[in-house]
Design a binder for this molecule. Structure first.
Ligand code: GN1
Ligand code: MG
Length: 349
């Protein structure tokens, strides 16, 4: 295990580091809170960037700097990164990449939200997209085709063809169900090719726990900016609902816990439409129910492909973890699909 205190000391800070402790629930990067002498709350957040996934760390940090500078210029609170003694926005220890940012004081994250908080979240993510809509410096596509469902289905087909871990036979049911719906679920990419659907600067990882709230329920700032890149607005809208409207856990082993909560859907949609006022096109608005289905669908495809490949992408806690995640996301998809007509009816704000 690397000496985390020594890594923190490579950054331009004047404090003396007391302790570094693990934090967060991310499936990709490793995150730690940093305590310094004379201060009883965390002062910084240290992160090891997973460079197997974010292979171009310079592009990654450059994107984040563009986004945070733009938000700051508009008077919004956002993440503040520290530079290393050498003036860089990350430290490379010869093997791993690290970055350090300020800990946002008195901030709270949630794994689940109430309708009231969903409304606030909808507004904040909507405003986030609106605020970034006039970013004049282009952002790099840090993970190409990240939310391209045609590409994700291709990855799944490739995984099946290779069957590296010998797991295809046991998941045939899910493969059949997924591919049965491929026409419907690839609508976004077709609309894009027809020139009807634009790409916007999106967050692309709008999980509930990527928002910092204060004690009164105000949003302090949006975190986890690694995947900010051009995408359909469906990404931010759909991925939030995937986590927030799920009455169970993302990896719930008990499928009976899982439902798609329409109260959360309505509250979030109301907030999102307010936050994107004057900016969303009718085609984007009309297809929000499609987005609510697309993200549980896409996450099923991604977890299943990783399970078939022998668990090379997501961190797992036990051998069947990606299969359990697949089943839980698929149940969520089915529940969302049942409620699609109701979602369309509710879209009249
Ligand atoms: C990953 O990094 P984290 O845990 O916030 C993933 C998302 C998935 C999510 C599933 C770069 O997000 O796309 O939706 O897990 N991030 C990347 O929980 O692949
Ligand atoms: Mg995260």
């Amino acid at each position: 295990m690397e000496n985390l205190i020594e890594i923190v000391s490579k950054f331009e800070i004047s404090d003396k580091v007391a302790e570094v402790k693990p934090m967060g629930e991310g499936l990709i990067n490793d995150t730690y809170k940093v305590f310094v002498e004379g201060f009883d709350k965390p002062k910084y957040v240290l992160q090891r960037i997973n460079n197997a996934i974010f292979q171009d760390v310079d592009m990654l940090m450059d994107n984040i700097n563009k986004v945070t500078n733009h938000l700051r210029k508009k008077g919004r609170d956002t993440l503040q990164f520290l530079k290393t003694d050498a003036g860089k926005s990350y430290y490379f220890d010869g093997e791993k990449y690290w970055r350090l940012m300020d800990f946002v004081p008195d901030s709270i994250t949630y794994q689940a939200v109430t309708p009231e908080y969903s409304y606030i979240a909808g507004k904040s993510f909507g405003e986030f997209e609106s605020l970034l809509s006039d970013l004049d410096e282009p952002l790099g596509e840090i993970i190409p085709d990240f939310h391209n469902i045609e590409f994700r289905l291709k990855q799944l087909r490739d995984a099946v063809a290779d069957d590296k871990a010998g797991r295809v036979a046991e998941v045939q049911y899910y493969l059949d169900e997924i591919f049965k719906r491929k026409e419907k679920m690839t609508l976004g990419e077709r609309l894009f090719r027809e020139g009807k659907l634009p790409k916007r600067v999106c967050h692309c990882d709008t999980k509930v726990n990527n928002m910092l709230f204060d004690k009164e329920g105000n949003v302090l700032c949006i975190i986890d900016l690694d995947t900010v890149m051009p995408s359909f607005v469906f990404s931010d809208y759909g991925d939030f609902l995937r986590t927030a409207a799920n009455t169970g856990l993302e990896d719930d082993p008990n499928l009976d816990n899982i439902d798609f909560n329409m109260e959360i859907y309505n509250a979030f949609t109301k907030g999102y439409l307010e936050g994107t006022k004057g900016f969303l096109l009718p085609i984007e608005k009309e297809n929000l129910p499609y987005a609510a289905l697309l993200f549980p669908y896409m996450q099923t495809v991604r977890f299943l492909a990783d399970y078939i490949n022998g668990d090379t992408y997501y961190k797992i806690k036990y051998p069947e973890h990606n299969l359990v995640r697949t089943k839980a996301q698929w149940r969520l998809f089915e529940k969302a699909e049942e409620k699609e007509p109701e979602m369309k009816k509710c879209l009249t704000f």
